[in-house]
Ligand binder design. Sequence first.
Ligand code: OAD
Length: 247
Amino acid sequence: MTLAIPADLIARLRRAQRVVVMTGAGISAESGIPTFRDAQAGLWAQFKPEELASEAGFRANPERVWQWYAWRRQQVLKTSPNPGHYALAQLQQRLPHLTLITQNVDGLHQAAGSTEVIELHGCIHRVRCLDQDCGEMDWPEETRTVPKHSCGSLMRPAVVWFGEYLPEQALADAVDAVEHCDLMFSIGTSSLVYPAAELPLLAQRNGATVVEINPNPTPLSAKADFVLTGAAGQVLPALVNAFSEAP
Ligand code: OAD
């Protein structure tokens, strides 16, 4: 089946000087990465999301939360980028400027070769101190139990937990990119979680074309200028092909 990409969308993409792509869990679905809720099965089903992904949950039982993230990270390490991730990396090379904003913590955009990735919800491959601001560090491979930094603080996964603000710099960079773009894609996100869900609407208010790619309708669908219904791993390669063909 050939996916029809609207000629008007390709024309706008060719004219665009600054493009923003925002992705959510859907872009990694075809890589086999379970969403937070899907992952909460088996052994972990007995715990509430807040017990596994909040500061209070970590302070109450650091070992349990550390083991949950170590396990999730192992799941992520077994996966690879899919054609959707690779198509976005290609698109970035062919456009004057593309900023990628992701809500995912899996690092698969970077693994596919994308650069300038803004991680709104942090990254599962990094850690930071629970009680001090010592900056982020790589996940310590050799540790089986909760590590302690030289400052004395326990180390926690560098991901955004329930009840936490998004990383200030990442959010500021994302808003800046969105406010200055001509065209914005919203891909594989349910458009339910704020403030990320607000970003395509901000782009639109600033005059940008908004394109949604998702197999299912979301609250953004009625407002987007273009809706490409389908899996990101199919739609994005078709889009890059259409863009690359001679006009
Ligand atoms: P969700 O799990 O809420 O939504 C995933 C979206 O991907 C849905 O709209 C699906 O229809 C769509 N989808 C599924 N398969 C797809 C495919 N193959 N191609 C394209 N789209 C597909 O994920 P997010 O919107 O990312 O927050 O959720 C946002 C945040 O809520 C997450 O980052 C997480 C969660 O709580 C934190 O961890 C802070």
